[in-house]
Design a protein around this ligand. Structure first.
Ligand code: SF4
Length: 294
């Protein structure tokens, strides 16, 4: 069986950068905290925790955190450090973190920062901000949290919230960086038909575009597809959805243990890709396990 690994499989530059910032922080600062998941991959998070970074789900005053009082060495900074994840955070989050006594280290991807910049500029122009993306995803919440005025989220998995848009005449549309453009463009057309002055910014990032361009070919060229990545990863989910539409024998796995030998019955060519936060080691372990099973 031939195995064709996508060129764009695995870490994007934004995730690579965030992990480097986290590793440097763990090495320099024994009192480092991550707010939520740095990236959407459990293996990466475990590695960061093993390196010494602690994960917190919600912000609380720094002095209430474990290990923040006794046991501090002379080398440790007085203030604990809080790492903001690759897909960004609302402005009030970093403001609150500083108020609570943290030094904030921002691992937000520069491409997400660019979306934040566009949103703030268009808000100053008096435009209503419309974000096309997964309603509950941290990136979307972070984008909405760049401005005081409430943004309208258009979730491709739901219908357009026309009630919230009924008086909107001037608007700007941005897109969650990992969305599928094929699902976004029809929504923009619907919005254009109702909103007279609409600016559209295609803020899907380049690594996502490259991954999606490849995933539109690989499932057609192979008998079966493996998509590797966490269930919590939005971009992996998108890769799976696109692939599944083109090839019914598409399987989404997080680790080699989930592989099943019967998936490869009669398969002569297997396509493999991995989400933007899937480590290379996981992808290689999956390929090695596929070879062992077949
Ligand atoms: S998927 Fe795109 S926006 Fe997200 S971290 Fe990677 S490069 Fe940045």
């Amino acid at each position: 069986m031939q195995i064709h690994l996508a060129k764009s499989a695995g870490f994007c530059f934004g995730v690579r950068r965030a992990i480097k910032i986290a590793r440097d922080l763990a090495a320099e600062c024994p009192r480092g905290y991550m707010l939520g998941d740095l990236v959407h991959n459990e293996t990466v998070i475990r590695e960061m925790e093993a390196a010494g970074l602690r994960k917190i789900k919600r912000l609380k005053p720094a002095r209430a955190l474990p290990g923040s009082a006794r046991g501090r060495t002379a080398k440790e900074p007085r203030r604990p450090t809080l790492l903001l994840r690759a897909h960004g955070a609302a402005r009030r989050t970093s403001a609150l973190a500083r108020r609570y006594g943290y030094t904030v280290v921002d691992a937000t991807c520069p491409m997400v920062h660019e979306i934040h910049r566009i949103v703030r500029a268009c808000d100053l122009e008096g435009r209503r901000i419309i974000v096309i993306g997964d309603r509950r995803h941290e990136e979307v919440l972070g984008i909405c949290g760049q401005i005081a005025r409430r943004s309208v989220v258009v979730d491709p998995a739901a219908s357009v919230p026309w009630r919230a848009l009924r008086r909107v005449r001037r608007a700007a549309v941005v897109v969650q960086s990992t969305q599928n453009l094929d699902g976004v463009l029809p929504l923009v057309e619907q919005l254009r038909a109702r909103i007279t002055d609409l600016k559209f910014f295609n803020t899907i990032c380049n690594p996502t575009r490259m991954k999606q361009a490849e995933i539109k070919k690989l499932p057609l060229e192979n008998d079966a597809m493996l998509i590797i990545g966490s269930r919590s990863s939005a971009n992996t989910k998108r890769l799976y959805e696109i692939s599944r539409k083109l090839n019914a024998r598409t399987y989404w796995i997080q680790s080699p243990q989930e592989l099943s030998a019967r998936w490869f019955k009669g398969v002569r060519a297997l396509g493999v890709t991995a989400g933007a936060s899937t480590p290379e080691a996981t992808t290689q372990a999956v390929i090695a396990r596929v070879r062992a099973l077949t």
